[in-house]
Design a protein around this ligand. Structure first.
Ligand SMILES: [Mg+2]
Length: 235
């Protein structure tokens, strides 16, 4: 059976923003005649804010936190109970003290289902404060160094540079490919994402979806165009 899986940021919406109203209407219609699933690194509250209740109710299932937190018809059906080891917190607190970046805005270690997000500048940073950190990180590649050290010290944990200021840390299986265990071998999976290149957060699922179709898109308009083309070719 055909299953359509979509990333959210950069695939159905501009990054961190809301869905285009025209595309939203079209997409809800598409969900009415196809089995549609969403998979995103964001939490459910953010997805709801981005795509709205109607889309959330129209899709079969939403995989938040890369599949560690699962929703059906706006109801949570599964949440990972993974907890980071104490030693990891010590390491992160060490980095928080040692980083030469001068600002700390609070909420540096954010716990999410199945993962934690670590940020030197902190999740409370304003746009301008975030920009300062982005510049610092570009120059010193600090997040890469932190992620590298975590991956070295904790073989069972995977740390990746996520978003613009943070590092995503979770068990090594905690990427979008984990959702495939919910699908049958006989399913033909069409996966749409904007970050399918190696190191991108859609790459693990693309790689694991060997027998399906993986479609890298440039943005939500490109997704819409490609879907329309596919439909035209089907009829
Ligand atoms: Mg994306």
């Amino acid at each position: 059976m055909n299953k359509f899986i979509f990333d959210v940021d950069g695939t159905l919406t501009p990054s961190r923003q809301t869905i285009d109203p025209e595309f939203e209407k079209w997409f809800i219609d598409f969900c009415g005649s196809n089995d549609v699933y969403l998979v995103t690194g964001s939490d459910y509250a953010k997805t709801l804010e981005q795509v709205g209740t109607d889309v959330c109710m129209s899709v079969k299932r939403i995989y938040n936190c890369s599949g560690a937190d699962v929703y059906e018809k706006c109801i949570n059906v599964r949440t990972s109970d993974w907890k980071a080891p104490k030693e990891l917190y010590s390491l992160l607190n060490g980095w928080l003290q040692a980083s030469p970046f001068p600002l700390r805005t609070g909420n540096h270690i954010e716990e999410r289902p199945g993962m934690i997000n670590f940020s030197i500048v902190g999740r409370n940073a304003t746009m301008d404060e975030r920009k300062l950190y982005i510049k610092h990180d570009l120059e010193f590649r600090e997040r890469e160094s932190i992620a590298f050290q975590i991956n070295l010290d904790f073989p069972e944990i995977s740390a990746t540079v996520g978003g613009e200021t943070g590092i995503d840390i979770g068990p090594s299986y905690s990427n979008k490919s984990q959702i495939l265990s919910d699908f049958d071998k006989s399913d033909k999976i069409f996966f749409y994402g904007d970050k399918m290149e190696e190191g991108g957060n859609d790459f693990p699922l693309k790689k694991a979806n060997k027998n399906g179709i993986n479609c890298q898109v440039k943005d939500w308009k490109d997704t819409w165009r490609v879907l329309n083309e596919n439909i035209a070719n089907r009829t």
